[in-house]
Write a protein that binds this ligand. Structure first.
Ligand SMILES: Cc1cc2nc3c(=O)[nH]c(=O)nc-3n(C[C@H](O)[C@H](O)[C@H](O)COP(=O)(O)OP(=O)(O)OC[C@H]3O[C@@H](n4cnc5c(N)ncnc54)[C@H](O)[C@@H]3O)c2cc1C
Length: 496
């Protein structure tokens, strides 16, 4: 295969790194000359707000990758060709102009991306150019891990077991293409230009992603920082005021770090006996799990994994709309939920424990369709990934694979007392409650008027009254889900 293709084009999408990049490695291994392109895809960018943090992150990471490629290739005219337009026209046009025989890219599993790749594939084929795609974003993809019955997994624990066994039997070693980067071709005119600015792309200054460094070097520094804390992950990960998790989600989303690199290190540490690494590795496996769910059960992008749950009757009308807006804006009157939403709105990040609490609140306290929450998170999360976000929302609403049972309804007050006992996280985002003592911070409406006035808090003015009562909401949700549950039992012959 070595150098059998005269010229190839690597189309980078959500794999913005040069190290351990299978599409790039494949191209370098079989082409005499390799070009690299990144496309700011107008089909994706068009609906986004001008200050979208993710576009700014991608932009900075593309600039860094361009500089690294030129440096590694020891040639200033090498580097990334950066385009702005739609994939179905720009990629075939570039392939024709560069006279490449093959375009290389990483597999994408999202329905719209699959459609896009199919359109590009057809357009390239019409020009006699091949589109070769390879696995990159996950360790095991699609139907690579199946149950003994030959079916895709729908339950996490046996999947985890099978994943660990297979990964230990066939370790995934990250590879670096340093030597071969000399095969990178000089960028011909008119492509030998700097990366267009955010303004040229139609975007303005974005609010920063707090604490997130960009590009592969940023990802590596964040991982080095997490490595020091990895052994404590299990103890620290549930407390939103504590620096417990890795914050690498956005880097995994855009491929500025390799999943194989992370898995290799976590697995090694696990085998050395670290429970922190064991739990963190299992989170990376959840990521693979949801990717394979989306690939094998594409109906989840739009409907419940268990279709009978599509029959649930969600709240509708003006009250539901008002409740939804209050939830989005962090005005539910439940401090942990409101602080979580403020964190999301202000930074684009939300701690995992809070994604569960805030998500559950929307669905099981407000009775609102989980897809509304899924859409809001998709707009706001820096690390938004269709598969993980969808999996998370199906989990909190109990209608997905491996979901929590419908009758398990997080109490936002006890969650708050347990995971933010001193209210440190709450006060970071709701400073107006700072005069309340720790006991009342979790449920200000339970404080006596004298305590509220001593704290300078006027409910309904400085902070809202709760928009729903926990006990009533809980009872309503049990009724709502009982309908589905009865029909499930009936169809299984339990209630005959
Ligand atoms: C309602 C809801 C929505 C979510 N939406 C997303 C999303 O859009 N994108 C996303 O990456 N994760 C999502 N998650 C999963 C999880 O909350 C985030 O991955 C995690 O909080 C990211 O922070 P971190 O990088 O510090 O994670 P760490 O705790 O350091 O975990 C490391 C990595 O493992 C993966 N991971 C961790 N937990 C999960 C999980 N439950 N499912 C899948 N992958 C996981 C992520 O890639 C994460 O970056 C969602 C969870 C819920 C409950």
């Amino acid at each position: 295969m070595q150098n059998t293709i005269k010229a190839g084009l690597v189309w980078l999408r959500r794999d913005l790194r040069w190290q351990d990049n299978p599409a790039l490695q494949f191209a370098l291994a079989c082409c005499a000359q390799v070009h690299c392109v990144f496309l700011f895809d107008t089909d994706i960018l068009q609906p986004l707000p001008a200050n979208d943090r993710r576009v700014a992150f991608i932009h900075a990471s593309v600039e860094a990758l361009d500089a690294t490629l030129r440096e590694q290739a020891c040639m200033s005219r090498a580097g990334l060709i950066v385009l702005h337009g739609t994939a179905r026209t720009e990629i075939p046009r570039l392939a024709r102009l560069l006279q490449v025989q093959c375009v290389f890219a990483a597999h994408d599993y999202e329905p719209l991306a699959r459609q896009r790749d199919e359109q590009v594939h057809v357009a390239l084929a019409a020009q006699g150019v091949r589109l070769e795609t390879v696995k990159d974003h996950v360790i095991w993809e699609r139907r690579e891990l199946l149950t003994q019955g030959g079916k895709p997994y729908g339950v996490f624990t046996p999947y985890l077991r099978a994943w660990l066994a297979r990964t230990q039997a066939a370790p995934q070693t990250p590879r670096s293409p340093n030597q071969m980067l000399q095969l990178l071709a000089p960028r011909p005119d008119p492509y030998d230009t700097p990366v267009p600015s955010l303004t040229q792309l139609g975007f303005g200054a974005a609010r920063p992603m707090s604490g997130i460094m960009t590009g592969s070097s940023g990802a590596q520094r964040m991982f080095d920082d997490f490595w020091e804390r990895m052994d404590d992950y299990e103890q620290r990960r549930n407390y939103p005021a504590v620096k417990g998790p890795s914050y690498l989600g956005v880097h995994l989303r855009f491929g500025t770090i390799s999943i194989r690199q992370l898995v290799a290190i976590a697995l090694r540490r696990m085998l050395e006996g670290s429970t922190g690494a064991t739990v963190w590795l299992s989170e990376l496996v959840w990521r693979d799990f949801y990717f394979q769910i989306l690939a094998n059960f594409p109906h989840v992008a739009g409907g419940a994994f268990k279709p009978e749950y599509d029959r649930l009757q969600w709240e509708q009308g003006a009250r539901a709309n008002d409740h939804f807006i209050a939830w989005c804006e962090g005005r539910t009157g439940y401090p942990l939920v409101d602080a979580a939403m403020a964190q999301l709105n202000q930074t684009g990040y939300m701690h995992n424990r809070l994604r569960m609490v805030a998500g559950s609140f929307l669905v099981k306290h407000l009775g609102i369709d989980w897809r509304w929450g899924e859409r809001y998170f998709a707009e706001k999360l820096n690390d938004f990934d269709l598969s993980a976000n969808n999996g998370g929302w199906q989990w909190v609403s109990s209608c997905g694979c491996d979901a929590q049972p419908y009758f398990r309804i997080f109490n936002p007050v006890t969650q708050s007392q347990k995971f933010d006992a001193q209210g440190k996280f709450i006060l970071r985002y709701l400073p107006q409650l700072r005069g309340l003592n720790a006991k009342h911070l979790h449920a200000p409406w339970q404080a006596k008027p004298v305590d509220l006035s001593a704290a300078g808090v006027v409910l309904g003015h400085d902070y809202p009254f709760p928009i729903v009562d926990h006990a009533q909401a809980r009872a309503k949700t049990l009724l709502r889900y009982a309908v589905v549950n009865k029909s499930v039992q009936a169809s299984a012959g339990v209630l005959q």
